[in-house]
Design a binder for this molecule. Structure first.
Ligand code: CU
Length: 151
């Protein structure tokens, strides 16, 4: 009980911190037919991290995630706080790296990640940082990944 309560308030905070940036916050995704709250169905805003196979890169000071056509390699990495992760486009197509939620970290737009180029993101605070490529996936599936930052 208290767990879901905490989750709910966390979600509320998350929602409140993303005000009318895009103006689409009233997205009517609720489908529950009984009129109850649909908090549970929206609890995970990103890929299902419970099933992810994490690659332990906590011993590395330089970590690279490759964007290929059309997956991230390695998609789920665990790094130490303060690690700079280099996202590099090794595919022939454009890819982007969009944070979930969008203010979780600074997203990389496709124009800044042309084939052959790279962008660095430094992760300082412990936590999970899901992301996806909107050209080849959605926030929850397709070309998705996450960085797990540990102390
Ligand atoms: Cu892509």
């Amino acid at each position: 009980m208290s767990t879901s309560r905490t989750l709910a308030s966390l979600l509320t905070v998350a929602v409140l911190t993303v005000p009318a940036l895009s103006g689409c916050s009233s997205d009517d995704s609720a489908k529950g037919g009984d009129g109850s709250t649909t908090t549970a169905t929206t609890a995970a805003p990103g890929p299902d991290l419970a099933d992810a196979e994490w690659s332990d890169q906590t011993a590395d000071t330089a970590v690279t995630v490759q964007a290929r056509d059309n997956i991230f390699v390695k998609p789920y990495i665990e790094v130490k706080a303060g690690t700079t992760v280099t996202f590099t486009n090794r595919g022939r197509n454009q890819h982007n790296v969009l944070a979930v939620p969008e203010d979780r970290f600074e997203s990389i737009e496709a124009d800044d990640l042309e084939p052959g180029s790279s962008q660095d993101v430094t992760f300082t605070a412990p936590g999970d940082y899901p992301y996806y490529c909107s050209l080849h996936g959605t926030a929850t599936k397709g070309m998705v990944g996450a960085v797990r930052v540990v102390e």
